[in-house]
Design a protein around this ligand. Structure first.
Ligand code: ATP
Ligand code: MG
Length: 139
């Protein structure tokens, strides 16, 4: 069993797509272990996206991610890191495969509804960025 971090971004929350996104996970044998709604500060978003600091879209991305509440979730399942990335679709919704979350709901390369960890190490880091041991539901 593997775990990953998913985030419903501010566009997904404000457009009323929380249920649609969660449904995609639940109908694809992915278990939701933890979930909450939070509103990041600019400093939080810059820390979370530190890897993209040098990219031209960094300021815009971090401002977007702080523009409203987001829904981080821990997902669990077999091969769930890759499975979630497949369900999300390509970063650019125009290139995303049919039936993916981004293809179906995204409106912009930046406003692309969901985030998903891209590897084992980043998944562990991103999970602990948002959730502490009391929120892991392991008791
Ligand atoms: P995420 O990390 O959110 O799961 P990703 O791994 O598909 O998405 P990254 O390359 O890590 O994409 O970029 C992080 C986020 O930055 C993207 O999801 C998108 O919101 C934004 N982004 C990426 N490329 C661009 C771009 N060229 N212009 C504007 N925003 C971008
Ligand atoms: Mg990424």
């Amino acid at each position: 069993m593997e775990r990953t971090l998913s985030i419903i971004k501010p566009d997904g929350v404000s457009r009323g797509l929380i249920g649609d996104v969660i449904k995609r996970f639940e109908t694809n044998d992915i278990k939701i272990i933890a979930l909450k709604m939070v509103h990041l500060t600019q400093a939080d978003a810059e820390k979370f996206y530190a890897v993209h600091k040098q990219r031209p879209f960094f300021t815009s991305l971090t401002e977007f991610m702080t523009s409203g509440p987001i829904v981080p979730m821990i997902l669990e399942g077999e091969n769930v890191i890759e499975k979630n990335r497949t369900l999300m679709g390509a970063t650019n919704f125009k290139e995303a495969a049919e039936g993916t979350i981004r293809r179906d709901f995204a409106t912009d390369i930046e406003k692309n509804i969901v985030h998903g960890s891209d590897a084992t190490e980043t998944a562990a880091e991103e999970i602990s960025f948002f959730f502490n041991q009391f929120e892991m539901n392991e008791r």
